[in-house]
Design a protein around this ligand. Structure first.
Ligand SMILES: C[S@@+](CC[C@H](N)C(=O)[O-])C[C@H]1O[C@@H](n2cnc3c(N)ncnc32)[C@H](O)[C@@H]1O
Length: 356
């Protein structure tokens, strides 16, 4: 990527716009966030803006780092889409030496503490979760409806629900599955407390799912009003969390009912991947065992984004596993730009694939 250096101030292309990256609390993530946003912007350009965004590169203006790009005819519809980039803080149009702010109105339906308050070991960084969800959404056949339709999002290994909370923030229906009973309890407790504290109209319930007279899972379901009026009109968001093994996902949801799947797979290090009974699978084995069920739940044209630890599973093995499940991996161009270091044991990457 063409970085401007002190000796070559005029070599940088004079881009039409600069994006200010949201300051991240996590230092390691902050180090990667400009490069990740450059790759995300390139995917948004291809999928949502007809490839009109060019010259994407980091720039420094008076010592402050931005992500520069050129899009001479950037209009309000384009800005409305770019407003949802996972680390976008502010967008400016360059007018000579001056920066003119471009108004950003992200989709957000709820306060951002819905995704930031919970802190626990093993939480997926909320900016990164938004990136993962964005990539799945803009790579799916529903990309152009991102701002207008209530999409349905599944995280089949959802932990304490960072993806579910991001999906709700977008005003989407969402479902999660996790085998860990403590995560299930913690999420059900958290979301109900949050909804009450924020005085959000809702109704919530935990039930036991039975098959052939046996309890096979616990299920938390909620209907959540974005506004009092929409809730009264019966137009509430659906939230659903099943405490079960993800290899059984298709026992709990109807085939072809999700627009996107986004999930941060177990890293195969400190938390390990868990499966029911005596089975303890590594991340690749777990994904191979579960992928057929997940693909069945996606609509045709639906997309899946998985993040994982490349120190444990090489990219090629995961891409092969997705292709073997009849998905079309998007394994070129900006989709290859998401690898980043998390800590000594984890180098995380993202793979995206589409259901034909
Ligand atoms: C990296 S964590 C996801 C964290 C989540 N995104 C969050 O922010 O809370 C991976 C999750 O996979 C879950 N998991 C591992 N094996 C599973 C299985 N067989 N079925 C369902 N979930 C599983 C773990 O319990 C863990 O919560």
């Amino acid at each position: 990527m063409a970085l401007t250096t002190a000796n070559t101030p005029n070599r940088e292309p004079m881009t039409t716009h600069v994006l200010l990256v949201r300051p991240a609390l996590n230092r390691v993530y902050a180090e990667s966030s400009v490069d990740l946003m450059a790759a995300e912007l390139a995917v948004f350009s291809d999928r949502l803006l007809g490839g009109r965004v060019r010259d994407i590169a980091p720039v420094r203006l008076s010592g402050v780092p931005y992500l520069g790009f050129t899009c001479p005819d950037l209009g309000p519809d384009d800005a409305a889409r770019l407003a949802n980039l996972s680390s976008a803080y502010a967008l400016f149009e360059r007018r000579g030496d001056l920066l003119a702010p471009v108004e950003l109105t992200p989709l957000d339906k709820f306060d951002d503490d819905l995704v930031t308050i919970q802190k626990y070991p093993g939480k997926t960084n909320e900016h990164f979760t938004k990136l993962l969800l964005n990539l799945a959404v803009v790579s799916s056949a529903s990309a152009q409806d991102m701002l207008t339709r209530r999409l349905r999002v599944l995280d089949p290994m959802c932990g304490r629900g960072t993806t579910l909370n991001q999906a709700l923030t977008y005003g989407y229906d969402t479902a999660g599955i996790d085998v860990d009973g403590k995560d299930f309890d913690a999420y059900a407790q958290f979301i109900q407390t949050w909804l009450k504290r924020k005085r959000v109209k809702h109704q919530a319930d935990t039930t036991r799912v039975r098959r052939d007279g046996k309890v096979i899972a616990r299920r938390f379901q909620a209907s959540i009003g974005v506004t009092k009026e929409s809730y009264k009109a019966g137009d509430a968001l659906d939230l659903d969390y099943v405490n079960a093994d993800t290899t059984e996902a298709n026992r709990f949801h109807r085939a072809g009912t999700f627009d996107v799947i986004a999930t941060d797979a177990p890293y195969g290090v400190q938390h390990g991947s868990r499966a029911t009974g005596a089975l303890h699978r590594g991340p690749l084995e777990l994904i191979r065992a579960a992928i057929g069920g997940w693909v069945g739940l996606l609509r045709p044209g639906g997309a899946l984004a998985i993040s994982w630890n490349t120190n444990v599973v090489p990219r090629a093995s995961l891409v092969d596993a997705l292709a073997a499940a009849n998905l079309e991996p998007l394994d070129e161009g900006p989709y290859l730009g998401f690898s980043h270091r998390v800590d000594q044991a984890i180098v995380r990457d993202i793979v995206v694939a589409r259901k034909p």
